[in-house]
Structure formats: C-alpha cells, structure tokens
Design a protein around this ligand. Structure first.
Ligand code: G3D
Ligand code: MG
Length: 179
C-alpha cells in the first residue's frame, strides 16, 4: 500500500481523473473539492502481483495549499495536472513543484505531469514545445495527455508513475517480492 498525491490548480480535472481511474466513469457534474479526500485502487504491475494505491486528492484553491505540505509526507510520488485549454493552469505549475518538493527528505519526489481534457485539443492553449521543455527543466519523470471524459491515458499514466516508483525504489520492490 502506498501513497500518491494528486495536485494542480482548481478545476483542471483532478477529482474527475481519480473518479475515472477508480470507478471507470466520467461524472459530468463535479463539485469543487474541499480540503482533501482520497481514493484507493489496486493496480497490476510488471514484476509484481499488484500494488495498492492510496491517492490523495487536493482542493486546488490557494487556501488549501498549506494543507498540501503536510499531506505530501509519506508520499512516494505525485501526479501534477494542468488543463491544456487553460494556459494559467500551466504557468502555475512551478509553484506546485516547489510545494511538492518542499519536504525534507533525501528522496526527490517523482512527479508525473498530466495535461488534462485532451478531448478539447481543438481549443488548446498549451503546446508540446513548451510542455517538453518544462518537463526537462524541472526534472519531471514524464508527460501524458489525458481525458477523463474519453478515458484516454488515465490508467496508463498512473501505472507509469507506479512502475517508475518501483523501479527506482529498491526498498519497496524487495519488500514486495519477499512477502
Ligand atoms: P478539480 O478536482 O481539479 O478541481 P474537477 O477538477 O474534476 O472538479 O473538474 C473541473 C471541471 O472540468 C468539471 O466541469 C469537469 O467536468 C471538467 N472536466 C474534468 N475532466 C475533463 C475532461 O477530461 N474533459 C472535459 N471536457 N472536461 C473535464 P464543470 O463544468 O463541472 O466545472
Ligand atoms: Mg477536485
């Protein structure tokens, strides 16, 4: 069982992403998330039976960001979401990265970047050149474009993050393969 955090500005689609990931449905009428909540799901991985995930979902509003600092304690990785149709949600990413990496541990938290709402790519405001550069400049582990509406890359992206965590954290792999 391990913990992942789900971060990014308000309304980028964090809660819709987790609902789609855990229950396979897109809930059209969403409510803005107050504080935090969490979702759990078991995923199948390459060298392993399964991994039990607890994914913490954050309210994106500024006043909840102080909470984030506490809740990232014990996290093995983070999903960082922006909305490809809203440039502002992309320009705020740096601030999120600073928060995610503010904990005092040797382990640099692996962060996977997700561009949400790719079903709306015809009204895109954020383009691949900028995204690629951002991923590289900030040492993120990768990038996926997702849509909770169509389901594209939802499961794939979470599995990518979890596989990365297992491949780079021998402690977990050994523990898991022994027991
Ligand atoms: P948040 O948890 O990051 O705050 P939500 O974001 O999951 O609450 O989603 C914010 C809005 O974006 C919601 O619309 C939701 O339906 C919409 N949304 C989320 N994911 C997608 C997607 O993949 N495609 C499209 N087209 N819309 C998406 P409302 O209208 O309720 O504000
Ligand atoms: Mg939410």
């Amino acid at each position: 069982m391990f913990k992942i955090v789900n971060s990014g500005d308000g309304a980028v689609g964090k809660t819709s992403f987790l609902k789609r990931f855990t229950s396979g449905v897109f809930v059209e009428q969403s409510q803005s998330t107050i504080g935090t909540g969490f979702f759990t799901k078991s995923v199948k991985l390459e060298n392993l039976d399964h991994a039990d995930l607890t994914i913490w979902d954050f309210g994106g509003q500024g006043r909840f960001r102080d909470i984030l600092r506490d809740f990232i304690i014990g996290a093995y990785g983070a999903l960082l979401l922006f909305d490809i149709t809203r440039y502002q949600s992309f320009s705020n990413l740096r601030e999120w990265i600073t928060l995610l990496r503010s904990k005092e541990e040797d382990y640099e938290l692996p962060i996977l970047l997700l561009g949400t709402k790719c079903d709306l790519a015809d009204v895109r405001e954020v383009f691949p050149e900028d995204i690629d550069k951002f991923v590289e400049d900030n040492n993120l582990i990768g990038y996926f474009e997702t849509s909770s509406k169509t389901g594209i890359n939802i499961e794939e992206s979470v599995k990518f993050l979890v596989q990365y965590i297992f491949n780079h954290n021998k402690g977990i792999t050994q523990h898991r393969s022994v027991y």
